[in-house]
Structure formats: structure tokens, C-alpha cells
Design a binder for this molecule. Structure first.
Ligand code: 5AD
Ligand code: SF4
Ligand code: FES
Length: 360
């Protein structure tokens, strides 16, 4: 009997258990993956849900040290999609039975932006007779803004904590009011209070980050009782301050391996949440997203952003799908999901079961 087997049999992992699991190799690692796969099959099933991703705008008021579209980077042309482009992308999702979209953008909090999102939400609702569910990923906003958008029809919100360790946070962000860990945490709590299905997540393999930090991230998700998670490896970007540490990072392969284990452990810890197979995983391993599906992920985000903008939404380097139109990503992902042994939940919202159970 391997030590990992007695850990996997526990109803609740301790911090030490999680650290052990994150460090597993060979046969023990496979046992972890096997358990995650069984958990997924038993609690969320084989269905993978599509979330059509609309990268609405790369304007951002923030300066996160890891991100390619940070305000301080003048390399990219800044863009904002037109209403027509957004509604076309939504229509594509609707026609293709995606049932759900994500609107993501750099962080903007000015009133014209807030109103624009509100009006787009209303138009999306009308155009699709309420059949498309919308997830927002638009950063930290006031409680009032979160409420307005919720009332205009958004059901879910993604706001990654990025790192749950409050002392690590200021090493990865400028240490000021605009980038405060406390505000981030408050924003997550507000989202929950307003009524959203709340998703968060972290980057894996950041400079200064340890395996025990990652264990704490998973415990943070459990304590916060999140509904959805999106995690992926950190990938250096040449136009960012953290690039100077690129030689001190874990090798790409280890970052990928840790990311897979994070997905697997989280699936076992939080059996019925939604977990994304993130694009960043595919950046390191061509089969990255399939592998994530095989160890517990159940959500995938096909890109619907017009191709002409994709070069300007590079949060990290080597992002895949820069030239692929929506149709190509769709058939590519269908094949990948099939290879992973799953089926696509076309026409289904795929709400987080964790959220619906909690509500009930
Ligand atoms: N590598 C990986 N992920 C990144 N993100 C931003 N920059 C990077 C990077 N260099 C992630 C952040 C953010 C999400 C939209 O993209 O976690 O929340
Ligand atoms: Fe802006 Fe988000 Fe990038 Fe930070 S991670 S710079 S908030 S787009
Ligand atoms: Fe875009 Fe494969 S997912 S080309």
C-alpha cells in the first residue's frame, strides 16, 4: 500500500496531506489522478460545458507585474470591441448551442464602461431570449456595479485571487490601494453577497511561490466555498517586471505537472464545483487541456474574440489560438474533448452543482 492511498481515503485533507499530494511522482501521482477522475465521474459526470470567451477590451488600469496587458505596457494597441462585434460573437455562441459566454476584459471602472456592460447585458438577454448565461470577468468593481450587472442578467463572476497568501500578493502587484489584497478579498465576498456563482483561481509556478503556498490556495478555495475555479501555470511575458526572474522559475514541465495536480486535488476536495481546463495549460503542453479534463476539469472556454484583436490580448506569451476563428476552435475543442473521453453539454448552462446545491 502506498502512503498516498491512506491520504486519498480521507474525507478531509490537511495542509500536510495536500503538500504530499502536490509532491507525488510516478505510481502515486497516477493514483491521485485516478481518484480525481473517479470523483469527477461520480459527482459531475462526463459532460464538459463550453463558455464562449469574449475578450472584450485590453484597456486596463492596473499594473500587475505578471500580465502582458498591464497599463504600463505600451507594446499593444488598445482596443474595445464594438457592440456589433460583441453581439455577433454572442450570436455565434447562441447558434452553436454554447448556452454560456464569458465577457472578460482588463480592469476599467469608469461610469461609461459600467453603463456599456450593463447595456450589453440587456441586449444579450433580449437577443437570445435569456437563453445565454453570462459570466463576467471584469476585475474589481464596487458593490453597486456588481449589483447593477447582476440585475442586468449576469449570473456568474470570475475573479482570481491570483495568490491567496497576503504576503506574496504585494510581491506580484504594485503595493498600493489599486492593487490591495484586502480589496480583492472584499470584492470576492461582495460577489457572493450579491448572488453570483463565484469563481476564483490562482497562477501556478510564480516567482517566490512555494508548494505550501499552493496547498494554502486550495484550502482558501475550500474555506471560501467557491463555486468555480480557473487555475493555470504562470507563463512569463517579456514586457513585464517579473520577466527578470524567468531563470529562477520551475521548469515549464514542472509548472504544468503542478497545475494538473492542483486540478486533481481540487476536484477531490470540492467534488461538485466547476473547474476550467484553462488555455494556459495548453500553452505549455499541446494536450494540456485534454489532460486537465482527464483529471477533473469540466469546463472549457472556446475563444470567440475576433481574430484581429487576439494579438493584442496577450496576458502571457505563446498563447494558443491566435489565428483560429471561432469555428476552428470549436471543432478543435470537440476533438480534444472526445479524446479525453468526455462529451460536450451542448445547450446546457452547466451551472455549478455546488452553487445549486447550496441554494437549495
Ligand atoms: N501567466 C499566466 N496567467 C496569467 N494571467 C495574467 N498574466 C498571466 C501570466 N503571465 C492570468 C491571471 C488573470 C487571468 C485573466 O490571466 O490569473 O486573472
Ligand atoms: Fe489588468 Fe487583469 Fe492583467 Fe492585472 S491581470 S494587468 S488587472 S488584465
Ligand atoms: Fe483554438 Fe484549438 S482551441 S485552435
Amino acid at each position: 500500500m502506498f502512503p498516498v492511498e491512506s491520504i486519498l481515503a480521507k474525507p478531509l485533507f490537511t495542509r500536510e496531506d495536500i503538500i504530499y499530494l502536490l509532491n507525488t511522482t510516478e505510481k502515486e501521482r497516477l493514483l491521485l489522478f485516478e481518484k480525481a477522475k473517479e470523483t469527477k465521474a461520480a459527482f459531475v459526470g462526463k459532460k464538459v460545458y463550453f463558455r464562449g470567451l469574449i475578450e472584450y477590451s485590453n484597456y486596463c488600469k492596473k499594473n500587475c507585474y505578471y500580465c502582458g496587458i498591464r497599463a504600463g505596457n505600451s507594446r499593444y494597441a488598445r482596443y474595445r470591441m464594438t457592440d456589433g462585434e460583441v453581439l455577433d460573437a454572442v450570436n455565434y455562441a447562441y447558434q452553436n448551442d454554447y448556452a454560456s459566454i464569458v465577457i472578460q476584459s482588463g480592469e476599467q471602472t469608469n461610469q461609461p464602461f459600467v453603463r456599456k456592460i450593463e447595456s450589453l447585458l440587456n441586449r444579450i438577454d433580449r437577443q437570445t431570449s435569456g437563453k445565454i448565461h453570462v459570466t463576467l470577468s471584469l476585475g474589481e468593481q464596487s458593490g453597486e456595479t456588481y449589483r447593477r450587472w447582476f440585475e442586468a442578467g449576469a449570473q456568474r463572476y470570475l475573479l482570481r485571487i491570483e495568490v491567496s497568501n497576503p504576503t506574496l500578493y504585494p510581491k506580484l502587484h504594485p503595493d498600493n490601494q489599486t492593487h490591495s489584497y484586502k480589496n480583492r478579498l472584499e470584492a470576492l465576498k461582495t460577489l457572493r453577497t450579491v448572488g453570483y456563482q463565484v469563481g476564483t483561481g490562482v497562477m501556478i509556478g510564480l516567482p517566490f511561490q512555494s508548494v505550501s503556498d499552493l496547498a494554502d490556495d486550495l484550502i482558501f478555495f475550500r474555506d471560501f466555498d467557491i463555486d468555480m475555479a480557473g487555475m493555470g501555470p504562470y507563463i512569463a511575458h517579456a514586457d513585464t517586471p517579473l520577466y527578470q526572474y524567468r531563470d529562477e522559475l520551475l521548469p515549464l514541465k514542472s509548472r504544468f505537472d503542478l497545475s494538473l495536480k492542483m486540478v486533481a486535488i481540487l476536484r477531490i476536495m470540492m467534488k461538485n464545483i466547476n473547474i476550467a481546463a484553462t488555455t494556459a495549460m495548453q500553452t505549455i503542453d499541446p494536450q494540456g487541456r485534454e489532460k486537465a479534463l482527464m483529471v477533473g476539469a469540466n469546463v472549457i472556454m472556446p475563444n470567440l474574440t475576433p481574430v484581429k484583436y487576439r494579438q493584442d490580448y496577450l496576458l502571457y506569451e505563446n498563447k494558443p489560438c491566435l489565428d483560429e476563428e471561432a469555428e476552428e476552435c470549436k471543432s478543435c475543442l470537440e476533438a480534444r474533448i472526445h479524446i479525453a473521453g468526455d462529451v460536450i453539454g451542448y445547450g446546457e448552462w452547466g451551472d455549478s452543482k455546488h452553487f445549486t446545491d447550496r441554494k437549495a
